[in-house]
Ligand binder design. Structure first.
Ligand SMILES: [Zn+2]
Length: 221
């Protein structure tokens, strides 16, 4: 999560990862600790070569993310990896090492799974997925082709009558769709605490476009 930045947080003061709010109780005021939901956002397919774009949100309170991190690190220590990237994991196997390993740009230190048996690969992946399921309260993802977005959303006449703003970029639209689902989930559950977003941003453009789109969607309370 090295490149991640917490870029949005308002309507509250942050104290040791939890959120401090003032709530009225009888005639007096008291402080109530309420966890903010932290949304981890990831996207895929933003480079020009990719035909499909995807976005995903994982949402949980700070204390659950901390538990998740402990569990993840324990799995990593036990399995013998430092950083896990699904694309690199999927592309590098015993019988077929990835291009980077073949040309010497990466080694077993970077891709320890290159030596793993199929059984170990499955086992580690299941444990990592299990950690996500255990500690993430809500998750949503969307994937679509760029062509479908261009034909049926961006250049569609229906766009002119849409009530909500629609992103001009593939990735912005995908993130907006996830944001819309998250807003519905929060409304159903009557969840009010503020949201924090953590983006794994690939480009400066994303960091400019996304905040304004999420804000205009009323996602940040
Ligand atoms: Zn490799």
């Amino acid at each position: 999560m090295g490149r991640n930045r917490v870029w949005y947080h308002r309507a509250s003061r942050d104290v040791n990862g939890a959120t401090l709010r003032i709530a009225k109780e009888s005639a007096t005021c008291r402080f109530v600790m309420i966890d903010a939901h932290t949304v981890y956002v990831d996207d895929s397919g933003t480079d020009g070569k990719s035909r499909i774009v995807a976005a995903a949100f994982c949402v949980s309170p700070v204390n659950k993310w901390q538990q998740f991190e402990r569990k993840w690190n324990a799995i990593a220590r036990h399995a013998g990896f430092k950083h896990f990237h699904m694309t690199e994991f999927a592309a590098c196997r015993r019988d077929k090492p990835c291009k980077q390993c073949v040309c010497g740009k990466t080694s077993l230190v970077d891709h320890p799974w290159r030596n793993w048996s199929t059984e170990k690969r499955k086992n580690v992946l299941n444990r990592l997925a299990g950690a996500v399921i255990e500690f993430v309260e809500y998750g949503v993802a969307i994937a679509h082709t760029k062509q479908d977005y261009e034909d049926h959303v961006k250049n569609s006449p229906a766009r002119l009558v849409a009530k909500d703003p629609i992103g001009d970029e593939h990735f912005t639209y995908a993130v907006q769709k996830c944001g819309g689902e998250l807003a519905k989930w929060r409304a159903e559950k009557n969840i009010e605490p503020p949201l924090k977003f953590i983006f794994d941003l690939a480009t400066d453009k994303q960091s400019v476009v996304l905040p304004s789109n999420l804000d205009s969607q009323g996602l940040v309370f």
